[in-house]
Ligand binder design. Structure first.
Ligand SMILES: Nc1ncnc2c1ncn2[C@@H]1O[C@H](COP(=O)(O)OP(=O)(O)OP(=O)(O)O)[C@@H](O)[C@H]1O
Ligand SMILES: [Mg+2]
Length: 224
Protein backbone atom coordinates (compact mmCIF):
# COMPACT_ATOMS: atom_id res chain seq x y z
CA UNK A 1 0.00 0.00 0.00
CA UNK A 2 1.39 3.37 -0.97
CA UNK A 3 1.32 5.68 2.06
CA UNK A 4 2.59 9.21 2.23
CA UNK A 5 3.47 10.69 5.63
CA UNK A 6 1.35 13.82 6.04
CA UNK A 7 1.59 14.92 9.66
CA UNK A 8 3.47 13.87 12.71
CA UNK A 9 2.12 14.56 16.19
CA UNK A 10 3.36 13.68 19.65
CA UNK A 11 1.65 10.30 19.68
CA UNK A 12 0.73 9.49 16.13
CA UNK A 13 1.78 9.71 12.51
CA UNK A 14 -0.86 10.60 9.95
CA UNK A 15 -0.52 9.16 6.44
CA UNK A 16 -2.55 9.75 3.31
CA UNK A 17 -3.43 6.85 1.08
CA UNK A 18 -6.48 5.34 -0.50
CA UNK A 19 -8.58 2.44 0.65
CA UNK A 20 -10.17 0.56 -2.25
CA UNK A 21 -10.26 3.80 -4.17
CA UNK A 22 -11.44 6.02 -1.31
CA UNK A 23 -9.29 8.85 0.07
CA UNK A 24 -8.03 7.49 3.34
CA UNK A 25 -6.10 8.69 6.39
CA UNK A 26 -4.01 6.22 8.36
CA UNK A 27 -3.40 7.16 11.97
CA UNK A 28 -0.51 5.17 13.33
CA UNK A 29 0.36 5.32 17.00
CA UNK A 30 4.06 4.73 17.46
CA UNK A 31 6.13 3.33 20.29
CA UNK A 32 7.36 5.69 22.96
CA UNK A 33 10.88 4.65 23.86
CA UNK A 34 10.73 6.24 27.34
CA UNK A 35 7.82 4.01 28.34
CA UNK A 36 8.17 0.48 29.57
CA UNK A 37 7.56 -1.73 26.47
CA UNK A 38 4.66 -3.76 27.83
CA UNK A 39 3.02 -0.71 29.42
CA UNK A 40 3.47 1.13 26.13
CA UNK A 41 1.83 -1.70 24.22
CA UNK A 42 -1.22 -1.87 26.44
CA UNK A 43 -1.61 1.92 26.58
CA UNK A 44 -1.40 2.18 22.80
CA UNK A 45 -3.91 -0.65 22.33
CA UNK A 46 -6.23 1.07 24.80
CA UNK A 47 -6.03 4.37 22.87
CA UNK A 48 -6.74 2.69 19.54
CA UNK A 49 -9.75 0.87 20.96
CA UNK A 50 -11.10 3.97 22.72
CA UNK A 51 -10.76 5.98 19.54
CA UNK A 52 -12.54 3.49 17.29
CA UNK A 53 -15.26 2.76 19.83
CA UNK A 54 -16.07 6.44 20.37
CA UNK A 55 -16.09 7.19 16.63
CA UNK A 56 -18.61 4.43 16.03
CA UNK A 57 -20.73 5.42 19.00
CA UNK A 58 -20.77 9.03 17.81
CA UNK A 59 -21.84 8.08 14.31
CA UNK A 60 -24.66 5.94 15.65
CA UNK A 61 -25.97 9.05 17.37
CA UNK A 62 -25.75 11.50 14.51
CA UNK A 63 -22.46 13.12 15.48
CA UNK A 64 -20.22 13.47 12.45
CA UNK A 65 -16.88 11.65 12.64
CA UNK A 66 -14.79 10.11 9.84
CA UNK A 67 -15.93 6.64 8.78
CA UNK A 68 -13.63 3.93 10.12
CA UNK A 69 -12.56 1.66 7.25
CA UNK A 70 -10.22 -0.76 8.95
CA UNK A 71 -8.24 -1.26 12.18
CA UNK A 72 -4.92 -3.08 12.48
CA UNK A 73 -4.20 -3.75 16.16
CA UNK A 74 -0.75 -5.22 15.39
CA UNK A 75 0.53 -2.02 13.85
CA UNK A 76 -1.78 0.27 15.93
CA UNK A 77 -3.25 1.77 12.77
CA UNK A 78 -6.71 3.16 12.18
CA UNK A 79 -7.72 3.52 8.53
CA UNK A 80 -10.42 6.14 8.20
CA UNK A 81 -12.15 8.36 5.70
CA UNK A 82 -10.15 11.43 4.77
CA UNK A 83 -12.30 14.49 5.38
CA UNK A 84 -11.46 16.16 2.10
CA UNK A 85 -11.16 19.90 1.62
CA UNK A 86 -11.48 20.44 5.34
CA UNK A 87 -9.81 22.93 7.66
CA UNK A 88 -9.30 22.56 11.39
CA UNK A 89 -11.50 24.82 13.49
CA UNK A 90 -8.22 26.28 14.76
CA UNK A 91 -7.17 27.47 11.29
CA UNK A 92 -10.67 28.62 10.48
CA UNK A 93 -10.90 30.84 13.59
CA UNK A 94 -7.39 32.20 12.96
CA UNK A 95 -8.35 33.09 9.40
CA UNK A 96 -11.57 34.82 10.37
CA UNK A 97 -9.89 36.74 13.19
CA UNK A 98 -7.05 37.74 10.88
CA UNK A 99 -9.30 39.13 8.19
CA UNK A 100 -12.05 40.94 10.11
CA UNK A 101 -12.38 43.36 12.98
CA UNK A 102 -13.31 42.01 16.38
CA UNK A 103 -17.09 42.51 16.28
CA UNK A 104 -17.35 41.21 12.74
CA UNK A 105 -15.24 38.16 13.55
CA UNK A 106 -17.46 37.26 16.49
CA UNK A 107 -20.59 37.59 14.34
CA UNK A 108 -19.03 35.35 11.69
CA UNK A 109 -17.97 32.73 14.22
CA UNK A 110 -21.28 32.53 16.10
CA UNK A 111 -22.84 29.81 13.92
CA UNK A 112 -19.70 27.73 14.41
CA UNK A 113 -19.89 28.16 18.19
CA UNK A 114 -23.50 27.05 18.04
CA UNK A 115 -22.64 23.99 15.97
CA UNK A 116 -19.88 23.04 18.41
CA UNK A 117 -22.16 23.42 21.45
CA UNK A 118 -24.93 21.47 19.80
CA UNK A 119 -22.61 18.61 18.83
CA UNK A 120 -21.00 18.41 22.28
CA UNK A 121 -24.43 18.44 23.94
CA UNK A 122 -25.49 15.41 21.91
CA UNK A 123 -22.16 13.70 22.56
CA UNK A 124 -22.39 14.15 26.33
CA UNK A 125 -26.01 13.09 26.36
CA UNK A 126 -24.71 9.77 25.03
CA UNK A 127 -22.14 9.74 27.85
CA UNK A 128 -19.21 10.06 25.47
CA UNK A 129 -16.44 12.15 27.04
CA UNK A 130 -13.92 13.23 24.38
CA UNK A 131 -10.91 13.81 26.62
CA UNK A 132 -9.01 16.19 24.32
CA UNK A 133 -11.37 18.87 23.08
CA UNK A 134 -9.24 21.41 21.26
CA UNK A 135 -9.82 23.41 18.10
CA UNK A 136 -7.32 21.16 16.23
CA UNK A 137 -9.51 18.18 16.93
CA UNK A 138 -12.48 19.57 15.03
CA UNK A 139 -12.66 19.80 11.24
CA UNK A 140 -14.90 21.92 9.05
CA UNK A 141 -15.86 20.81 5.59
CA UNK A 142 -17.76 22.84 3.03
CA UNK A 143 -18.80 26.45 2.65
CA UNK A 144 -19.13 28.43 5.91
CA UNK A 145 -22.84 28.95 5.22
CA UNK A 146 -23.45 25.23 4.88
CA UNK A 147 -20.70 23.23 6.53
CA UNK A 148 -20.20 20.02 8.40
CA UNK A 149 -18.42 19.84 11.74
CA UNK A 150 -16.37 16.66 12.27
CA UNK A 151 -15.02 15.61 15.65
CA UNK A 152 -11.74 13.66 15.55
CA UNK A 153 -8.92 12.40 17.79
CA UNK A 154 -10.87 10.30 20.31
CA UNK A 155 -7.83 8.42 21.69
CA UNK A 156 -8.37 9.81 25.19
CA UNK A 157 -12.12 9.37 25.18
CA UNK A 158 -14.17 7.25 27.53
CA UNK A 159 -17.76 6.35 28.28
CA UNK A 160 -19.01 7.91 31.51
CA UNK A 161 -22.16 9.57 32.78
CA UNK A 162 -20.58 11.67 35.57
CA UNK A 163 -21.18 15.41 35.23
CA UNK A 164 -17.71 16.05 36.63
CA UNK A 165 -16.04 14.36 33.62
CA UNK A 166 -18.23 16.26 31.20
CA UNK A 167 -17.49 19.52 33.02
CA UNK A 168 -13.76 18.84 32.69
CA UNK A 169 -14.29 18.11 28.99
CA UNK A 170 -15.83 21.57 28.55
CA UNK A 171 -13.12 23.16 30.68
CA UNK A 172 -10.41 21.68 28.45
CA UNK A 173 -12.18 23.21 25.45
CA UNK A 174 -12.54 26.58 27.18
CA UNK A 175 -8.82 26.67 28.04
CA UNK A 176 -7.85 25.55 24.54
CA UNK A 177 -10.10 28.14 22.94
CA UNK A 178 -9.06 31.09 25.11
CA UNK A 179 -5.36 30.27 25.03
CA UNK A 180 -5.17 29.75 21.25
CA UNK A 181 -7.61 32.43 20.14
CA UNK A 182 -7.82 35.84 21.85
CA UNK A 183 -11.21 37.45 22.57
CA UNK A 184 -13.23 34.27 22.37
CA UNK A 185 -15.01 34.48 25.78
CA UNK A 186 -18.25 35.46 24.07
CA UNK A 187 -17.93 32.58 21.64
CA UNK A 188 -17.44 30.09 24.44
CA UNK A 189 -20.63 31.43 26.03
CA UNK A 190 -22.39 30.71 22.74
CA UNK A 191 -20.99 27.19 22.82
CA UNK A 192 -22.41 26.71 26.33
CA UNK A 193 -25.79 28.16 25.37
CA UNK A 194 -26.17 25.72 22.47
CA UNK A 195 -24.82 22.90 24.63
CA UNK A 196 -27.55 23.48 27.21
CA UNK A 197 -30.22 23.49 24.52
CA UNK A 198 -29.16 20.18 23.02
CA UNK A 199 -28.38 18.44 26.31
CA UNK A 200 -31.55 19.51 28.14
CA UNK A 201 -31.43 16.89 30.91
CA UNK A 202 -27.94 17.02 32.36
CA UNK A 203 -26.47 20.32 31.24
CA UNK A 204 -27.21 22.37 34.40
CA UNK A 205 -25.19 20.01 36.52
CA UNK A 206 -22.39 19.89 33.95
CA UNK A 207 -22.17 23.69 33.81
CA UNK A 208 -22.12 23.72 37.63
CA UNK A 209 -19.18 21.32 37.55
CA UNK A 210 -17.47 23.44 34.90
CA UNK A 211 -17.67 26.41 37.30
CA UNK A 212 -16.17 24.30 40.11
CA UNK A 213 -13.34 23.16 37.89
CA UNK A 214 -12.65 26.77 36.84
CA UNK A 215 -12.42 27.79 40.52
CA UNK A 216 -9.97 24.98 41.24
CA UNK A 217 -7.92 26.05 38.22
CA UNK A 218 -7.79 29.61 39.51
CA UNK A 219 -6.80 28.56 43.03
CA UNK A 220 -3.99 26.47 41.61
CA UNK A 221 -2.59 29.43 39.67
CA UNK A 222 -2.84 31.68 42.75
CA UNK A 223 -0.88 29.23 44.88
CA UNK A 224 1.63 29.05 42.05
N1 LIG B 1 -9.88 11.86 8.95
C1 LIG B 1 -9.16 12.97 8.74
N2 LIG B 1 -9.37 13.73 7.64
C2 LIG B 1 -8.65 14.85 7.43
N3 LIG B 1 -7.68 15.30 8.26
C3 LIG B 1 -7.41 14.58 9.38
C4 LIG B 1 -8.14 13.39 9.67
N4 LIG B 1 -7.65 12.88 10.83
C5 LIG B 1 -6.68 13.72 11.23
N5 LIG B 1 -6.53 14.74 10.37
C6 LIG B 1 -5.55 15.85 10.49
O1 LIG B 1 -4.43 15.41 11.23
C7 LIG B 1 -4.28 16.14 12.45
C8 LIG B 1 -3.83 15.21 13.55
O2 LIG B 1 -4.79 14.17 13.75
P1 LIG B 1 -5.23 13.71 15.21
O3 LIG B 1 -5.71 14.89 15.96
O4 LIG B 1 -6.15 12.56 15.09
O5 LIG B 1 -3.84 13.17 15.77
P2 LIG B 1 -2.91 13.65 16.97
O6 LIG B 1 -3.34 14.94 17.54
O7 LIG B 1 -1.51 13.50 16.54
O8 LIG B 1 -3.24 12.47 17.87
P3 LIG B 1 -3.02 12.22 19.42
O9 LIG B 1 -3.65 13.37 20.12
O10 LIG B 1 -3.70 10.92 19.65
O11 LIG B 1 -1.54 12.21 19.58
C9 LIG B 1 -5.64 16.78 12.69
O12 LIG B 1 -5.56 17.97 13.43
C10 LIG B 1 -6.13 17.03 11.25
O13 LIG B 1 -5.57 18.22 10.75
MG1 LIG C 1 -5.18 16.03 17.60
Amino acid sequence: MNMELWKQGAEAKIYKTNFYGRPCIVKERFTKSYRHPSLDKSLTAHRVKSEVRAMLRCRMNGIITPTVYFVNMDSSCIYMEEVQDSVTVKDYIKNVQGSKDLAEAIETLKPLAQAIGNTLGIMHKQNIVHGDLTTSNMLLQGKPSDCKLYLIDFGLSFFENMSEDKGVDLYVLERALLSTHPNTEELFNKVLEAYCKSNDTGSKEVVGKLEEVRMRGRKRTMVG
